[in-house]
Design a protein around this ligand. Structure first.
Ligand code: ADP
Ligand code: MG
Length: 520
C-alpha cells in the first residue's frame, strides 16, 4: 500500500470523494484494518477493529500496538516490525491479541509495509481476522481423525486376532500330533527325532506369530539399546543366507563410520528377517539380494516433502532384490495387515505391517520402490544417535554363566526337576536331585557330599522349602539357598523373608543360570 501525497492537478472534491469512499469500504469490512508506524504507534483503526477489539478509534489511535498484544507475544511483535521495516510482507500469520476486556483473541493477520512516494517504508497496515471458529473446528477435526484412526486400528486388530487364532490352531495341531507320534515311536529313535524337529519348528512359528502380533499391536516390551546396524547385519548374515537358499546371492555393503541408532535390536532383527523373506519369495528362480547401510542427512526441504520425518541425521538400511517386483495396485496395500498375494498357508500378510509398526515406533520411516519384472528396493530410515554401543565382551554371555559347583535341586514336579537338572549339568554344574524335603535331608545326612547351593521349590507336600533350607543350613552352615516358585516375590516375601532369593517360574535357561551365579 502506498500513501500518495494529495494530487495537485485533480479537483479537490474528486479526491475527497475518493478518500471518503475508500474509508467507507475499509469501515464496512468485517476484518480489523489497522495502520501503524514503525515503532508500533497506531495511526488508523477501522470499525472492524472496534468490533473485534472493543476499543474505539479515538481511544486507541496514538497508543502503541503493544496495548493489544499479550505479553508473551511482545518479542514476536518486535520481530514483525523489524521484518516490515526491511520491506517484507507477512501473510496469514496465526497469532493472539488482547481485547479491551482483557480476553485473548485468536487471529490471523496479514501485515504489509506502507511506503511513501520515495518507496521508503514508513509504517504498516495490518488486516486481522478472528479465527476462533476455525481453530475450534480444526481441533474438532483432529479429535475426529484420532477417533477414526483408533477405530480403524481396532478393526484391523480384530482381523489380526482372527488370523492369528486360525494360524495358532494349525500350529497347535502340529504340536499335539507330533507328541502323539513320538509316544508311539519312542523305540524308533530316528522317526522320533524327525517328529521332535516338527514340534520345535511349529513352536518357533508360534513364537514368531505372537511376536508379530505383539509388535503390531505395539504391546511388546521395548528394550531400546544403542545399536550399530552393521553389527546387526553381520550377526544375522549367516542366518539370512540359510533362509534365502543357495539360488540367491547375498551381498552386504556396510558403510564406514556408520552412526548408531537407538532401537530394540530384537525388533530390528525382525525387520531384517521379514524384508529378507519377502525378497526371497520374490526371487523363486534365484537372483541378487543386496543389504547396505549408510548415513543420510535429511534437510528441512526433504522432511517437508516426505512427511513425518524431522530434519537431521539418519541411518539408512536398504534391502534390494532383483525379484518379480510389484504392480502399483499391490504396492498400495502392502503395509495393511493380512494383505498378501501369496497362496493360502504361505503368506500371513503380517510381514510388512509389522515392519511398518516397528520402524514407526523407532521414529523412522520406510519406503518401498518397486518395478514389475525389475525388483524391489526397501529403504528404512532410522534417526541416528551420537552415542556409541557399549563394547561387547568377546567371551559370550553363556560362558560367564557356567559353573562347576554342586547344586541340590529339590522339586516335586518330575518334569521340571529333570529339565532343571539337564540345564545345570549342561552348564558344568554337579547336580543332585530330590523330589521332596525329607528325601533331600536323608540324601545330605547319608552322604558326605559337599553342596554349594540348594535350589528348592517353595510349596511342596511334606515339607516347605523354607523349613528344608533351615534344616539343611544347620547341617551345612553357609549353604546358599535359591528358591523357585510360580508365586511372585510379593506373595512369598512375607513367608520367605524379603532378602530371600527367588526365581520365578516359568524360567528360561538364561534366567536360571543368572540367578544361580548371583546366589553363589
Ligand atoms: P506376506 O509376505 O506374508 O505376503 P508381507 O506383508 O510381508 O506379507 O507382504 C505383503 C505383500 O507385499 C506380499 O504378499 C507381496 O505381494 C508383496 N511384497 C512384499 N515384499 C515384496 C518384494 N520384495 N517383492 C515383491 N513383492 C513383495
Ligand atoms: Mg512377508
Amino acid at each position: 500500500m502506498t500513501v500518495e501525497p494529495e494530487p495537485r492537478n485533480e479537483p479537490r472534491s474528486a479526491w475527497h470523494a475518493l478518500a471518503a469512499s475508500l474509508a467507507a469500504i475499509i469501515d464496512s469490512s468485517e476484518d480489523a484494518i489497522i495502520g501503524k508506524d514503525l515503532d508500533g504507534t497506531i495511526t488508523s483503526w477501522n470499525l472492524g477493529a472496534e468490533r473485534l477489539y472493543g476499543y474505539t478509534a479515538t481511544e486507541i489511535v496514538g497508543r502503541n500496538i503493544s496495548v493489544i498484544t499479550p505479553s508473551d507475544r511482545l518479542d514476536e511483535l518486535a520481530d514483525v516490525l523489524r521484518r516490515i521495516e526491511r520491506g517484507e510482507r507477512i501473510e496469514h500469520h496465526d497469532t493472539q491479541r488482547l481485547r479491551k476486556n482483557g480476553s485473548v483473541l485468536d487471529i490471523s493477520v496479514t501485515i504489509s509495509p506502507v511506503r511513501d512516494s520515495t518507496g521508503t517504508v514508513i509504517g504498516a497496515s495490518a488486516i486481522g481476522r478472528d479465527i476462533t471458529d476455525r481453530l475450534s473446528w480444526e481441533r474438532e477435526r483432529k479429535a475426529i481423525d484420532v477417533r477414526l484412526r483408533q477405530s480403524e486400528r481396532l478393526e484391523s486388530l480384530g482381523q489380526l486376532a482372527g488370523g492369528i487364532a486360525h494360524d495358532f490352531n494349525n500350529l497347535l495341531a502340529v504340536i499335539l500330533n507330533s507328541t502323539t507320534f513320538i509316544r508311539d515311536e519312542l523305540d524308533d529313535k530316528e522317526a522320533a527325532s524327525a517328529d521332535l524337529d516338527q514340534i520345535s519348528l511349529a513352536a518357533q512359528r508360534a513364537g514368531t506369530l505372537t511376536r508379530q502380533l505383539l509388535s503390531f499391536s505395539r504391546r511388546e516390551v521395548l528394550k531400546p539399546q544403542i545399536v550399530n546396524l552393521n553389527d546387526l547385519v553381520t550377526g544375522l548374515e549367516e542366518m539370512l543366507r540359510r533362509t534365502i537358499g543357495e539360488h540367491i546371492e547375498l551381498v552386504t555393503a556396510p558403510a564406514h563410520d556408520l552412526c548408531s541408532v537407538e532401537v530394540d535390536p530384537g525388533q530390528l532383527e525382525q525387520v531384517l528377517v521379514n524384508l529378507t523373506v519377502n525378497a526371497r519369495d520374490a526371487m523363486p528362480d534365484g537372483g541378487l539380494l543386496t543389504i547396505d547401510t549408510d548415513n543420510i542427512d535429511i534437510d528441512a526441504g526433504y522432511a517437508e516433502m516426505h512427511s513425518g520425518l524431522a530434519p537431521g541425521r539418519y541411518v539408512r538400511l536398504r534391502i534390494s532384490d532383483t525379484g518379480v517386483g510389484m504392480e502399483p495396485s499391490v504396492l498400495e496395500h502392502i503395509f495393511e495387515p493380512f494383505f498378501t498375494t501369496k497362496p493360502q498357508g504361505e503368506g500371513t500378510g503380517l510381514g510388512l505391517a509389522t515392519v511398518f509398526g516397528i520402524v514407526g515406533q523407532a521414529a523412522g520411516e520406510i519406503q518401498l520402490y518397486s518395478e514389475p519384472g525389475i525388483g524391489t528396493t526397501c529403504r528404512v530410515l532410522l534417526p541416528a544417535t551420537d552415542r556409541t554401543p557399549p563394547d561387547v565382551r568377546p567371551a559370550g554371555m553363556a560362558q560367564d554363566l557356567r559353573g562347576t559347583e554342586t547344586v541340590l535341586v529339590v522339586e516335586d514336579e518330575d518334569a521340571l526337576r529333570e529339565v532343571t537338572r539337564r540345564i545345570l549339568a549342561k552348564n558344568g554344574y554337579h547336580v543332585l536331585t530330590s523330589a521332596n524335603g525329607p528325601e533331600a535331608l536323608a540324601l545330605v545326612k547319608d552322604h558326605e557330599v559337599s553342596i554349594d547351593l540348594l535350589l528348592t521349590d517353595v510349596i511342596m507336600p511334606q515339607m516347605y522349602g523354607k523349613e528344608l533350607a533351615a534344616r539343611l543350613q544347620t547341617l551345612r552352615p553357609g549353604l546358599a539357598v535359591l528358591y523357585m516358585s510360580g508365586y511372585a516375590q510379593p506373595v512369598l516375601g512375607p513367608t520367605l523373608g524379603h532378602d530371600a532369593m527367588l526365581l520365578e517360574k516359568p524360567f528360561s535357561e538364561n534366567l536360571l543360570l543368572t540367578k544361580i551365579r548371583a546366589a553363589l
